[in-house]
Design a protein around this ligand. Structure first.
Ligand code: GTR
Length: 326
């Protein structure tokens, strides 16, 4: 009797599962981004959503909550892991402490050029890093460009390595980034992106660092009038999905999500290139002094950061393989 009841329940569950799959429910995937509407990452995820909608005959849609509507990156990452948020576009930096493999592409000067970065992230190494998210309740769908990050300061311009000394520089919430600033003799202050503007204004920090589009869209350039082209990190962005949401999708829909994400990468690169130019123009026109600098002392100072964070065979191997990519 018990056995029959058990079999009955199993059959009912199987039926339910089959029904769920064939009913092909409509879904709206909520996706988080701290950037404002129109920023390349926001537009790339919207585009990904359009592709997904087409592929699923309008069943699955993506709604992007831009401008920090769902919170700062650290909080939205937690919520995505718990399945409260379906998708999240963030930088690799806030994953650094959780997923050691994400440190590698953020390491200072690990890429020789944007082309080198593309080749690595589009290939086998990129796929390995995407796969590392699965153990943390996330499915990483693709990487997006984030250009190169450089320093900006309010009072004291950085014209040489020595000018880093003692400057209070905001960093993303990552131990690797802390260590990087210490190696540069700066005084790192971790804080979320949304706090940086007023911290610059009130003198809580002396400076921060970011790419052209973020420097512009955050309006930090209104306060920080010196931008020094150190280009010390090309830490890419990543689009992730909650594993909880992923598991609700049929295998066909999972494929559609992956394909739509991959196809949005090229679109993002177009948007990014155009935005970088526009942002640079806006910032220069606003009277920000753009300073070129000898990068070698910065590169030379990074050995302890590599020693501390590329600290396992797997991570050392990733670094070596990145450097070997021509
Ligand atoms: C931007 C990046 C954001 C965030 C921000 C920051 O370039 O797109 O995801 O990482 O920098 O510095 O917090």
């Amino acid at each position: 009797m018990l056995r029959r009841m058990f079999l009955g329940a199993t059959a009912a569950l199987a039926l339910l599962a089959a029904h769920g799959a064939s009913a092909q429910e409509e879904m709206i995937l909520r996706s988080a981004d701290i950037h404002p509407d129109g920023y390349p990452t926001v537009e790339a995820v919207k585009y990904m959503g359009q592709l997904l909608e087409e592929k699923t005959n309008g069943r699955i849609k993506v709604e992007v909550f831009h401008s920090r509507q769902l919170g700062e990156e650290k909080d939205t990452i937690e919520q995505t892991r718990f399945g409260v948020i379906d998708m999240n576009r963030v930088n690799l930096a806030p994953f650094n402490n959780l997923i050691p493999q994400t440190v590698v592409p953020a390491l200072p000067f690990v890429f020789r050029s944007i082309e080198h970065m593309h080749k690595v992230m589009d290939g086998e190494i990129g796929n390995e890093i995407l796969a590392a998210f699965e153990a943390h309740d996330l499915v990483a769908l693709c990487f997006y460009d984030s250009g190169a990050r450089s320093f900006y300061t309010v009072n004291k311009p950085i014209r040489s390595f020595a000018d880093m000394q003692g400057q209070k520089i905001r960093v993303q919430q990552s131990d690797m980034w802390l260590s990087m600033m210490q190696a540069l003799k700066a005084n790192p202050t971790p804080m979320s992106y949304g706090e940086v503007y007023s911290a610059l204004q009130t003198g809580v920090i002396d400076g921060a660092e970011n790419n052209w589009p973020s420097f512009e869209s955050s309006k930090h350039y209104e306060v920080a009038k010196f931008y020094t082209l150190t280009q010390h990190s090309m830490s890419p962005e990543v689009l992730t999905m909650s594993k909880a949401t992923w598991d609700k999708l049929t295998p066909e829909d999972q494929t559609a999500v992956k394909e739509a994400a991959k196809a949005s990468v090229a679109k993002m690169r177009e948007l990014w290139e155009a935005q970088e130019k526009k942002s640079e123009e806006t910032v220069r026109a606003a009277g920000v002094e753009v300073i070129t600098i000898d990068k070698q002392p910065f590169i030379d100072a990074m050995a302890p950061v590599y020693a501390e964070f590329a600290n396992t065979e797997e991570l050392k191997d990733l670094v070596a393989r990145i450097q070997a990519v021509q």
